[in-house]
Design a protein around this ligand. Structure first.
Ligand code: C2E
Ligand code: MG
Ligand code: MG
Ligand code: MG
Length: 292
């Protein structure tokens, strides 16, 4: 019995492996034409100041409308594109599109806000990354102070001179940097202090635990205190419920993001409030609290 079980088990396992390999190869192949076929688009999700309720940043999140599979989540293709190196050109497309959209919003008369763009570690380590950012800012005419790059915490583990140099150059240009998904990796605290990153984003998993377990609360308030001691702002990601918001406000968390305020939406679906009589934009907040 053991033998037979073992054998069947093996067969099933290897079939699954084949399927996964097929899927990966298909994704990798189709990614090659995704940019030129205009299959990518960006959705934007506001990051809100928890004291005033006004938003100060829009995070750009990539969406892939695959001709056969429909909407493919970035979780399903970003890592594949990192392995194949395709992330470098995809990342350029994202940066260009996001900066150009933010400039468009400014030209329309909205009070300026930052655009936050996710950057993969592979992209950041590319030798011409800083030049690419500078070029895109020049091409789109966006002032660097309205661009924030989100890098994941794993970048902090790479004790790498070239990376440190890139961070310093980006800071010198005037771009800000946030650490995404904070709390899930193994951060060297000295590295955090050394770089004066602008903001830290508390990983969604901790915010999710605020209402249900004490560790969620403890970890969240510890990260907020740590960030403030190091002169960094704090964003809580994945806020879905009132109770989480109440706790975060009590703990003096600066900013928040999540379905509670708005889902990520295409640029044209963000309706900006125009409360001034002359039709100009007086208030920087979007009307999509429920994502409708
Ligand atoms: P992230 O940067 O941490 O982005 C936050 C993710 O949480 C987004 O998923 C967003 O849609 C989702 N989210 C926001 N609020 C809530 C909430 O209240 N509840 C829940 N359950 N989820 C919420 P998305 O758009 O599927 O992106 C997943 C990840 O893919 C991102 O995580 C980021 O790491 C990566 N990604 C997305 N766009 C890009 C990109 O242009 N370049 C790179 N390199 N990575 C990207
Ligand atoms: Mg992010
Ligand atoms: Mg995140
Ligand atoms: Mg994430």
């Amino acid at each position: 019995y053991t033998k037979r079980y073992g054998k069947n088990n093996y067969t099933v396992y290897s079939k699954e492996l084949d399927l996964n390999t097929d899927y990966k190869l298909t994704i990798e192949r189709d990614l090659k034409s995704a940019i030129s076929n205009l299959e990518f688009m960006l959705h934007y999700q506001p990051i809100v100041n928890l004291k005033t309720g006004e938003f100060n940043t829009m995070e750009a999140l990539i969406r892939w409308n695959h001709p056969k599979f429909g909407l493919v989540s970035p979780d399903d293709f970003i890592s594949i594109s990192e392995e194949s190196g395709q992330i470098v050109s995809i990342g350029k497309w994202v940066l260009h599109t996001a900066c150009s959209q933010n400039k468009k919003w400014q030209d329309l008369g909205h009070p300026p806000f930052k655009i936050a763009v996710n950057i993969s570690t592979i992209q950041l380590q590319h030798h011409s990354f800083v030049e690419t950012v500078a070029e895109i800012l020049a091409e789109t005419g966006l002032d660097p102070k309205w661009l924030e790059l989100e890098v994941t915490e794993s970048i902090l583990m790479e004790d790498n001179e070239a990376l440190k140099d890139s961070f310093l150059k980006l800071k010198a240009i005037g771009v800000s940097i946030a650490i995404d998904d904070f709390g899930t990796g193994y951060t060297s605290l000295s590295y955090l202090r050394q770089f004066a990153f602008d903001r830290v984003k508390i990983d969604r998993s901790f915010i999710n635990d605020i209402g249900s377990d004490l560790n969620g609360k403890a970890i969240t308030s510890t990260i907020i205190a740590l960030a403030h001691k190091l002169n960094m702002g704090v964003i809580a990601e994945g806020i879905e419920e009132e109770g989480q918001l109440t706790f975060l406000k009590e703990e003096q968390c600066d900013d928040g993001q999540g379905y509670y305020f708005s889902r990520p939406l295409p640029a044209e679906l963000h309706k900006f409030e125009t409360t001034r009589g002359d039709g100009s934009f007086a208030s920087a907040s979007t009307t999509h609290r429920d994502g409708s």
